[in-house]
Design a protein around this ligand. Sequence first.
Ligand code: HEM
Ligand SMILES: *[C@@H]1O[C@H](CO)[C@@H](O)[C@H](O)[C@H]1NC(C)=O
Length: 483
Amino acid sequence: MELRALLYVLMFLLTLFLYFIKTRDHKDPNKRGRLPPGSMGWPYIGETLHLYSQDPNLFFAAKQKRYGEIFKTHVLGCPCVMLASPEAARFVLVTQAHLFKPTYPESKEKLIGLSAIFFHQGDYHIRIRKLVQSSLSLEAIRNLVADIEAITASAFDKWDGGLVVNTFQEMKKISFEVGILLIFGHLEPHFKEDLKRNYSIVDKGYNSFPTNFPGSPYKKALLARQRLRKILSERKEKKFLEKELLGCLLNSKDEKGESLTEDQIADNIIGVLFAAQDTTASALTWIVKYLHDNPKLLEAVKAEQKAIRKVNGEGNRPLSWSQTRNMPLTSKVILESLRMASIISFTFREAVADVEYKGYLIPKGWKVMPLFRNIHHNPAFFNDPKKFDPSRFEVAPKPNTFMPFGSGVHSCPGNELAKLEMLIAVHHLVTNFRWEVVGSENGIQYGPFPVPLHGLPARFWKESTSSNALPPHDDLTISYPLA
Ligand code: HEM
Ligand SMILES: *[C@@H]1O[C@H](CO)[C@@H](O)[C@H](O)[C@H]1NC(C)=O
């Protein structure tokens, strides 16, 4: 409560401050070109809070309706150009990416670590990205199927019995474990526990108000971050295989033969955990909701997955990589969930020079925001956009209209892993469980990624399957030669 009061006071001061710089902004000479349409009206408290705590999309959609695909505004005191068309997003993220650098609030950069991949451009970015990509390539993740399946199955089994669980929080456990697997491979349990507990303190700090008061969640998070860094640097002594991300980072040498520093390694590991956990958990939670809300579709997905389960001796044999690559309906459900939920609703860049786009000037230092969600919900690209309809993905979306994982040099290197986690989770969910969503409120919460209200409280029951009645394993190998 006190924090909230403080927040309001700070917002008030910020507003006063903006009021004073506003005049300067307006006098800003735009001799080189005209600025995009839109109002720079100083952001009053309501608007700024609205953007960050409630549904930001109403804010964007209203602006887009009024001004079109490109418009200017103020966000948290920064002059900003918002872009709501596929061409404009491509311009900023792909073709002219060198003119737009990534930009994040300083408080977030400090928590994740200044050397993390997201914050960089140029040679250093390319170097880290290659390493991250190699551990996330199809060749690498195909070896993770069995482990991901085991992680998923054991997490789901704990839900059995109809207790109310917070679906999002439970999904976070799965995406965290998979992140750890990707980075370290198999870890000793006590080490994993230390990581998990310290990381969860960092996690709480991401969404808290960034004050350095002792005892504030943000301050605690910074301290936990230092402990994580220490844990990771002690880890250096251990031998790692090249295939895990930590091994890739530890063994990397640049052309001069220089290794990465401990800070660079720690920041990127914390960064990947951050990038991987809430995003994937949010997507998984939305899938549970959409399947629940569309019973006919759920039946069809069940049929697809039960056929696979049957081939695998009613779950006695693990999923294979090739099975995960051949789940046509489930794959479309995942794509449609990503479109509907648009987990990363928009992103930020900053112009490093004056840039001209379609006759408009984007001045140096201004922020630009490609609005993914608005593009995903534009009826010109996705017919009847509010309808959950996986069959729309039977034909490929128009170029640059579908960007759940971003686009260009900073696009998500974890997209195949995320999809793999979702396929495996859906397989286990629909073949083993029935579930009920608790409460009838439909709503979205932003934390900062969109999640169904209250994390989608739900009850799960394991369905009794015929597997108990099946003959022993050996016989199955004979009865199902397809596997
Ligand atoms: C459904 C789950 C996920 C979604 C929707 C998602 C979405 C995105 C998006 C939109 C970006 C680009 C942001 C920008 O351009 O500003 C991004 C970047 C990134 N993602 Fe993901 N992501 C997901 C899962 C993952 C996973 C599982 C990992 C790793 C294991 C991961 C690692 C990263 C990294 C390292 C970057 C930064 C890349 C760079 O700056 O070059 N993501 N993600
Ligand atoms: C964080 O990690 C350290 C090991 O460096 C461990 O001693 C400590 O218990 C962990 N903290 C929490 C809150 O789990």
